[in-house]
Design a protein around this ligand. Structure first.
Ligand code: AMP
Length: 282
């Protein structure tokens, strides 16, 4: 595996490997890699000639300074995991490589309602930062396929919309959520959970699974109240539990309202914010 810290070196290497009938798959991450990230690498490696992974803790998408500071960083272990995976090149840039002085890296896409709900409502500016970094990385890597996880459902929907509006020549592939044995969605932030919240955390997936399994048994409004109560009783601080149309991300009032319905949740487990979702229909 090649390791590039400078954009120019990555681009030079890409130029030598790009070619007719060769496909480049790209997996952007913020590091502290786990099996969820590696599943994206595996999928890319299986479908493309070359796989590029990036590790960059993007400051512009953090609305909370403490979250940025406390974000786990494990570069040596990440490199080891990637060397033993199907990754061909790792891009590990410093901030100045991604955002060089004098370069306008803003993205002009109007997301409208897509970015006003859920994560967008609770993390002001987050998606502007996500679009900025993904757009910049796509410009550098120019991949044929971009791999993103369903774990960040709204994020992939927004990047899909950015690709559509800017007519970027890349196919977005959404990968399933990889979970711990007890159902907790893998996340780099999980290592920060207290032992007490770590043992309670599978409740989030249990709640989502029950909504999916027994959706017809209660109304959307009743499920939301039930889920909030369950989370609060267990000591979580839920920010939202929304049942939305999977394309528009707007809340539905009935399960019959759309053929593609996703239940999404964000909740604080002490000082760690967890998100998860399940596709209820579709
Ligand atoms: P992150 O490093 O958290 O920015 O995540 C990088 C990519 O990995 C994003 O596309 C995430 O959606 C994806 N990802 C994160 N956690 C998981 C998971 N548990 N299963 C599958 N993909 C994931």
């Amino acid at each position: 595996m090649y390791l590039f810290q400078r954009s120019e070196d990555l681009q030079n290497w890409l130029q030598t490997v790009r070619g007719h009938n060769r496909k480049i798959g790209f997996v952007p991450t913020m590091g502290a890699l786990h099996a969820g990230h590696l599943s994206l690498i595996d999928q890319s490696a299986a479908a493309n000639t070359f796989t590029v992974c990036s590790i960059f803790v993007n400051p512009t998408q953090f609305n909370d300074h403490t979250d940025l500071e406390k974000y786990p960083r494990t570069p040596a272990r990440d490199i080891e995991l990637l060397v033993n995976s199907g990754c061909d090149a790792l891009f590990l840039p410093a901030v100045g490589e991604v955002y060089p002085e004098g370069l306008d890296t803003g993205v002009d896409v109007s997301l409208g309602q897509l970015a006003e709900v859920m994560e967008g409502a609770f993390r002001p500016g987050h998606f502007a930062g996500v679009m900025q970094v993904v757009h910049r990385l796509l410009q550098l890597v120019l991949p044929d396929r971009l791999y993103m996880g369903q774990k960040d459902f709204q994020q992939q929907a927004i990047i899909q919309e950015m690709i559509r509006q800017l007519e970027l020549p890349v196919e977005l592939v959404m990968a399933d959520i990889v979970r711990e044995a007890d159902g907790l969605a893998m996340s780099s932030r999980n290592v920060r959970l207290s032992p007490e919240f770590r043992s309670k955390a599978p409740l989030i997936h249990e709640i989502l699974s029950q909504i999916k399994q027994d959706s017809e048994e209660r109304s959307v409004a009743e499920w939301k109240t039930w889920a909030h109560n369950q989370l609060e009783q267990a000591g979580f601080r839920p920010e939202y539990l929304e049942i939305v149309d999977g394309k528009t991300l707007q809340p539905v009032s009935s399960f019959k309202e759309s053929k593609y319905i996703v239940a999404c949740v964000a909740a604080w487990a002490g000082d760690v914010r967890l998100i998860d979702n399940v596709i209820v229909r579709g």
